[in-house]
Design a protein around this ligand. Structure first.
Ligand code: ADP
Length: 306
């Protein structure tokens, strides 16, 4: 095999109570990439369609992640990467991680799979340092592994994959405004109260348990964020209104996707997910901000060859 075409799915990180530790993978929204072996060693990004992003290897998360993988294995050849972006950078649904995960997945396939998907997470995380300044895995892990992923620890990396309950869908509204991850990190406070921490870890435990047992009510009760959402929600136009309307229309819960501006709702069944999407649309049309709505099943496969 000398070339490969792949689908790199969008992801939701944090999921309310799981700031920096939880993420999930989406079906039918994502980028595509074509990766080819080349005689010239190293990594070259030869084409980017759909976004204005740097072609320089060291300035693109795909290039940085790919170089991290190549530093761990001897190869006789190099790789050329084409990126077809559908996920807007800075949307909060894992644009940078789709490229980082896609690059290492594709190269690993062309090398005959020397690394497991879990091992690829470490390389993809190097790309995330470029995008946001920190080596977080809450988008790259679900992108590579599918389903839900819990980052129990980052050093050493310990990832727990959790299969999604079969009827779980996500509805996402992406307001087309830019919120920089670094700015949204800056609004957080370094200390949290014991009272908030207790509520948060109760909810995180509840969410993990609800996912394992397909207890949709428990999932819904647990989708609460005591710590981050109160500080970030105010930067997203109509955030509280969208969240309220989603729950009124049957969503299990709703919150900020990643560092925003996208807002997600988890729903049981596609009918509810679509109803929630329509209700979000009506609320958001009142603003003059452009937006997209996505209704997606949870993707249990992750990045894949197409
Ligand atoms: P998101 O949460 O949507 O991934 P981030 O803020 O984490 O958004 O990442 C976007 C940042 O990463 C932007 O500054 C963008 O220029 C940079 N970047 C570099 N390479 C890529 C790439 N291949 N895809 C997306 N973003 C990239």
């Amino acid at each position: 095999m000398t070339s490969i075409k792949i689908f790199c799915p969008a992801t939701i990180a944090n999921l309310s109570c799981g700031f920096d530790v939880l993420g999930t993978c989406l079906e039918n929204v994502g980028d595509e990439m074509i990766i080819r072996k080349s005689e010239q060693k190293g990594i070259r990004i030869t084409k980017i369609v759909g976004a204005n992003l740097p072609l320089e290897t060291e300035k693109n998360v795909a290039g940085v992640a790919a170089l991290a993988l190549l530093s761990a294995i001897e190869t006789e050849f190099g790789f050329e990467i084409e990126i077809y972006k559908n996920i807007k950078a800075g949307s909060g649904i894992g644009s940078s991680s789709a490229s980082a995960a896609g690059a290492v997945f594709g190269i690993n396939e062309l090398l005959g799979k020397p690394f497991s998907r879990k091992e690829l997470v470490e390389f993809a995380m190097q790309g995330e340092i470029l995008a946001s300044g920190s080596a977080h895995a809450d988008n790259v892990a679900p992108c590579l592994l599918g389903g839900f992923t819990l980052i129990r620890n980052t050093n050493p990396l310990d990832i727990v994959r959790i299969e999604s309950p079969s009827e779980l869908f996500a509805t996402i509204i992406h307001p087309k405004i830019e919120l920089k991850t670094s700015d949204m990190r800056a609004v957080l406070t370094p200390m949290v109260s014991l009272k908030s921490a207790i509520i948060q870890w109760g909810n995180l435990g509840g969410l993990i348990s609800g996912l394992h047992t397909s207890d949709y009510d428990l999932i819904g009760r647990s989708l609460q964020d005591e710590i981050v959402e109160p500080l970030r929600g105010k930067f997203i136009p109509n955030f509280n209104e969208i969240k309220t309307i989603a729950i009124e229309n049957g969503a299990l819960g709703s919150g900020i996707s990643g560092s925003g501006p996208s807002i997600f709702a988890l729903c049981r069944g596609i009918e509810t997910a679509e109803k929630v999407g329509n209700a979000m649309k009506i609320v958001f049309k009142k603003t003059n901000i452009e937006f997209d709505i996505h209704v997606c099943k949870i993707n249990s496969e992750g990045v894949k060859t197409i």
